[in-house]
Every structure is written in C-alpha cells, then in structure tokens.
Design a protein around this ligand. Structure first.
Ligand SMILES: [Zn+2]
Length: 158
C-alpha cells in the first residue's frame, strides 16, 4: 500500500493515498481539489505561454459574442459577488485618484524659508512609499479641497 500524502490544495490539506497510476499526484480526488489543480495549472500556463494566453482570450471573446448579457445577468443574480466587486473597484478607483492627484499636484515654489505642513500622501496605502509634500502654512488649501471634491463626485464606473 502506498504511503499517504498531503493534498496540495490550500483549503484541503487532507492525507490521501495517491493513485499509483498517476505520476507525481499532489491533489486528492475531491471535486474542489481537482478544480484547484486545474486552476493552478492554467494560471502557470497563462503566465508562461503567450500563445495559450492569446488563444484563451480569443475563445472568451467568441463565447461572449454567443452569450450577450451573461455577466449582467450573473451580477444581478449574485448580489454578494457584485458587492465584493463594487468594494474592490472602489478601492482601486480611490488609489488611482490618489496617484493622479499626486501627479497633478506641483508644489508651489518656496520663496521664503518658514513653517510648513508635512503631508504624507500615499503612506497609508503603501507602507514602502514615503513621499511627502511641503505646503507653506497659509497656502490656500480651498483650491486643493475643491479639486478633490470634483474628482470624488465623478462616477466611479463599474
Ligand atoms: Zn484535497
């Protein structure tokens, strides 16, 4: 009898007896574990093989042409999926807005040495980024706030 090995699926990790006919078996036979095995294989293939990736993209495009409105219906029927997507897209939009604002913002030339506010911009989003802008005290911040409001009021998209 074969020694039992641990399933490689992160959600499973059960000990199982591998099938002697399957070389280098790493996943047990459970349906979810086999799906995880195929997904792992496909992700590696997509990353390594540009032809496979292009072929997959063509197939998906074709499928979408034959099933118009599928994703619209799916989102309608799966509110939890939609809520998660909305949340993550909101995060991505906020991050993009923050980066865009940084690019637009050119610090005013400093004429006189004096007191300044130190404003960490991205530090909360990404601990490795330590960019800081100097804004002279007395600088008209209403212009900056007005600009942020106009960006925030835009439609976030999907
Ligand atoms: Zn398993």
């Amino acid at each position: 009898m074969n020694a039992r090995i641990q399933c490689a699926a992160p959600h499973c990790r059960r000990l199982f007896a591998p099938d002697p006919r399957v070389k280098n078996q790493r996943f047990c036979g459970a349906k979810d574990c086999q799906r995880a095995r195929r997904r792992t294989w496909q992700q590696a293939k997509l990353a390594a093989d540009p032809d496979y990736k292009a072929n997959q993209r063509d197939c998906q495009k074709q499928w979408h042409q034959h099933h118009p409105g599928y994703h619209k219906k799916y989102r309608h029927n799966h509110p939890a999926y939609r809520a998660r997507n909305t949340l993550l897209q909101g995060y991505r939009n906020a991050r993009a807005r923050m980066i865009a604002t940084m690019d637009e913002f050119k610090p005013a030339p400093i004429k006189d040495p004096g007191a300044f506010y130190l404003l960490p911009l991205i530090a909360k989003m990404d601990a490795s980024a330590q960019k800081v802008f100097l804004i002279p005290i007395g600088y008209d911040q209403s212009k900056v706030i007005a600009k942020e409001d106009s960006i925030a009021s835009r439609d976030p998209g999907c």
